[in-house]
Design a protein around this ligand. Structure first.
Ligand code: C2O
Ligand code: CU
Length: 468
């Protein structure tokens, strides 16, 4: 069976529009608790999931650049948790890394986060304890930091749409399949069989001919990466991982989104009234392509006659510009996984054979080491505070890895397709790919660096970077 159509025949009746819930309160309480989510059909079977404030995904949190967000996280789960604010450059004490930056929030307890919002853009939040399972059960949501209104107005968008793309592994009763699968850990991670947009399967979005949309897309899935194509529309890419890029038409190149990554687009609805179109993902090849979303352009007359001017570039966020000529250089090498060449790695000060590693549930290493307890582990890199650092990332595995660094956003020194001159917090490294990033280490602390395929993270592809 096609991996994406397992539930399609039985459940295709459940076409719903997608209406993400919004939270603009500040202070805000985010309660993580078990509950039910109507993922696949409106009238059940509901999926038993873990929810923020009663929904999966949790509410879209919206705030303004320059503000400080105060969020109390209440843990009503049966196990400890934390929340990480993916992409926000916050002080280390607010970053949600268990043991490294805070004790996990025990069941029944709460933690108050205070988040200064330096950067505008599309970000997201998710737990950082037992992440594969907690995120995989539905705990995640978007966090939008808005530019000042006069700047956003330059885009001339008539409205804004946010999409949390999620990939669930459900059984035939629409219940979440068990976690901890070693095949997932050693291969491509926990990919699923039901794709939801804002928590709903097989969605449609109503459009009006002539309108301009601002579309914010986040890949919240555990492992899946997407390559989205928007034909017959030809949107402009305006930001990646929250950071503005010079607006450019996607053309035939589509947009790649590794797990954890975001893209902001401007889409002009330049088709006639009464037409339909699909957003297609073909990340795993044309014969495994599938529909992410159906657009339905209403019969209404076009909103405007003449096309709008191209969107203006948004101003850059205040990310320090690396001084490449005076940089310290470093390297991170990623090894392991099925069909990989890893034969041994250091774990807890001992060199273990591949077989011993497999027995310990560890399939990946960074610079030849596999951590157990991150807060006790030697840093992979020690970055001098205030200096520019160039870091080569070498993927020596047969698998793609979206590599995420906490606390900093980084530049690519060698822009290429998919990583065009841009600032990001997650780098999607393709198999056997080597690239270089650069950053000014300006946020002191001990920060996690890990693969955002959460099953890879859990089985060894993580470490810490010390900035001091
Ligand atoms: Cu989005 Cu360390 O995570
Ligand atoms: Cu990985």
């Amino acid at each position: 069976m096609h991996r994406r159509t397992v539930l399609k025949g039985a459940l295709a009746a459940g076409l719903l529009p997608t209406l993400p819930r919004l939270a603009t309160a500040n202070p805000l309480t985010l309660t993580a608790a078990p509950g039910e989510a109507p993922l696949v059909v409106p009238d059940g079977p509901a999926t038993k999931a873990w929810l923020y404030n009663g929904t999966a995904p949790g509410p879209v949190i919206r705030a303004r650049q320059g503000d400080t967000l105060n969020i109390t996280v209440q843990n009503d789960l049966p196990e400890p948790t934390t929340v990480h604010w993916h992409g926000l450059r916050v002080p280390v004490s607010q970053d949600g890394m268990p043991y490294l930056s805070q004790d996990p929030i025990a069941p029944g307890a709460s933690f108050d986060y205070e988040l200064p919002l330096h950067d505008a853009g599309t970000f997201w939040y998710h737990p950082h304890v037992n992440s594969s399972e907690q995120v995989g059960r539905g705990l995640h949501g978007l966090l939008i930091v808005e530019e000042p209104p006069e700047i956003a107005a330059r885009l001339q968008a008539d409205r804004e749409i946010t999409w949390a793309l999620d990939d669930w592994r459900l059984d035939q009763q629409a219940q979440i399949a068990p976690f901890g699968n070693r095949h997932d850990q050693s291969h491509g991670g926990r990919t699923g069989n039901v794709l939801t947009v804002n928590g709903t399967y097989l969605t449609t979005t109503a459009l009006r001919s002539g309108e301009r949309l601002r579309l914010r897309i986040c890949n919240t899935s555990n492992a899946q990466h997407f390559h989205l194509n928007f034909a017959p529309f030809d949107p402009w890419l305006i930001a990646l991982d929250g950071h503005p890029v010079t607006p450019q038409k996607l053309g035939d190149s589509g947009v790649w989104l590794g797990a954890g990554q975001r893209a902001d687009l401007i889409l002009d609805v330049d088709t006639a009234p009464g037409t339909t179109a699909q957003v297609i993902d073909d990340a795993y090849g044309p014969d495994r392509a599938f529909e992410v979303m159906t657009w339905e352009v209403s019969d209404e007359s076009p909103l405007r006659d003449a096309a709008l001017d191209p969107p203006e570039a948004l101003p850059p966020n205040p990310v320090a510009q690396p001084d490449l000529a005076n940089a310290e250089t470093h390297k991170l090498t990623f090894d392991g996984g099925a069909m990989g060449g890893m034969s041994e790695a250091m774990m807890e000060g001992r060199m273990l054979s591949m077989q011993e590693l497999v027995e310990a549930g560890r399939f990946w290493s960074i610079n030849g080491t596999v951590p157990t307890h991150l807060h006790e582990t030697e840093p992979l890199l020690k970055l001098a505070l205030g200096k520019t650092h160039r870091i080569t990332l070498e993927n020596r595995t047969r698998w793609p890895h979206p590599i995420h660094l906490h606390g900093h956003s980084f530049h690519f020194t060698d822009p290429r397709a998919g990583n065009i001159a841009t600032i990001r917090d997650t780098a999607l490294l393709m198999p056997d790919e080597t690239t270089e990033i650069a950053l000014v280490a300006d946020n002191p602390g001990t920060w996690m660096l890990h693969c955002h395929i959460l099953e890879h993270q859990a089985s060894g592809m993580m470490g810490v970077v010390e900035v001091a």
